[in-house]
Design a protein around this ligand. Structure first.
Ligand code: PLP
Length: 408
């Protein structure tokens, strides 16, 4: 007998990231933090080894009146000022001529999860990249979906051939596609697609959409750490070419953008040609929001709006320091990797670099050996994720060499 619903999955959650972070912290306590390389944490850490919380975000947050923090949000889909500002923020500098709607969510997780739950029915198939953020799979199993994956890379670029094969197969069977693309600054590889790659994806999905509806989730959780912020938005002009039967749900997260992971604020931004179709999805999402989380923290939404308007310049300049730092750390790792021929997935920008493994047995062996050498990383499908976002410049030096030595 079980008290849970019949469809519940009773296998305990296996969060590979939190487990390794915990192990690293214990080891640091035991042998001293200076003897541990912790490249497992997926949040931004400064050169002092502590979590970054932007002053340009939190000084203002602390001054928000208690009653504003205490209050419910103005609506289940979010405060109007927030909804408008999220749209401005993610499309700044791009000329998007599609209908849109913004629905506030608890982080990017809420946006992805809400789209999963309201687009497909149990038993249907969602398409994910073969190397991806682990929560997509959990969200899929929670919804009782099947998962098909496309190979993310062919040599050092987006694998359009695999993407097409998998999407076509699912469309053939299901007459509907829900596909996740995590771009730019893909977690865990740091890949960003080019405009040309997006154009090819859209052209192909338009073709597919003749057979049934196509829904693309573009998870942009790390977009604000792109090296070229205007370009990260400009690429979205590719979306203007979607056909009537394609809908895009952009999953935006304030967690990374504002270093405010715990404030649980994000949004699903819907884009489509037809206003009525956007409204249809908005209605369903609003009811889902009401039924699951009701509303999003009022002060978190207001703070995002203030930070990205009134405090724009100071926020952008503070954030830029960390984009530069990520660049510095990634260059150290990548240059060293190149010199010693450590295979790395094509990194362009973002929080993580991923070392390529031939298979998951090799990955497990290296990961274990690294732990024995007090180096903590995260296992991903066919790779080892190195979180340069939380590893200081000093600790990044020599890291590629250490991994290579243990690989051989
Ligand atoms: N998408 C990706 C690829 C992520 O790595 C994360 C967080 O780690 C998220 C979305 C969502 O984060 P949050 O729910 O905190 O916004």
């Amino acid at each position: 007998m079980t008290f849970t619903r019949r469809a519940a999955n009773l296998v305990p959650i296996e969060d590979t990231v939190f487990a390794v972070v915990d192990l690293a912290n214990k080891e640091a306590k035991r042998i001293g933090i200076e003897n541990v390389v912790n490249a497992s944490i997926g949040s931004l850490y400064g050169e002092d080894g502590t979590l970054v919380a932007f002053k340009s975000v939190f000084e203002h947050y602390d001054q928000i009146p208690d009653r504003t923090k205490a209050k419910y949000a103005a609506s289940f889909i979010g405060n109007e000022s927030y909804r408008e500002q999220v749209y401005q923020w993610i499309t700044q500098g791009a000329n998007i001529n599609l209908s849109h709607s913004v629905i506030a969510t608890p982080g990017g997780s809420g946006a992805v999860s809400m789209t999963f739950s309201n687009i497909l029915d149990a038993g249907e198939t969602v398409i994910l990249p073969n190397i991806a953020w682990g929560s997509y799979r959990l969200m899929a199993t929670q919804n009782n979906f099947d998962v098909k994956t496309y190979s993310l890379f062919e040599e050092n670029h987006f694998n359009l051939t695999s993407f097409k094969e998998v999407c076509s197969a699912v469309m053939n069977k299901q007459k509907k596609i829900l596909v996740v693309i995590n771009d730019p600054c893909h977690n865990p590889t740091g890949y960003s697609m080019t405009r040309e790659e997006w154009d090819q994806v859209i052209t192909f999905l338009n073709e597919c959409s003749k057979e049934g509806p196509v829904i693309i989730i573009d998870d942009i959780a790390y977009i604000d750490y792109s090296y070229d912020i205007p370009q990260s938005r400009k690429v979205m002009e590719a979306f203007n070419n979607i056909s009537d039967n394609v809908l895009i749900s952009i999953a935006f997260s304030c967690s990374k953008t504002c270093t405010s992971y715990g404030l649980r604020c994000g949004a699903a931004v819907l884009l489509a040609k037809n206003t009525d179709k956007v409204r249809e999805v908005e209605i369903v999402f609003e009811k889902f929001a009401r039924a699951i989380w009701s509303n999003i923290p009022n002060a978190a939404m207001d703070n995002f709006t203030w930070v990205t308007t009134d405090n724009y310049f100071s926020f952008m300049s503070e954030k830029q320091n960390y984009i530069d730092l990520l660049k510095q750390r990634s260059e150290i790792f990548l240059e060293e990797a190149k010199k010693i021929e450590l295979p790395v997935y094509p990194y362009k920008e973002g929080f993580f670099v991923t070392v390529q493994c031939e298979n998951n047995e090799q990955r497990d062996r290296i990961h274990d050996k690294l732990i024995n050498h007090h180096i903590f990383t995260v296992k991903v499908n066919l790779g080892i994720r190195v979180a340069i976002c939380s590893c200081t410049v000093e600790k990044t030096k020599g890291l590629a060499t250490a991994i290579k030595l243990l690989m051989d």
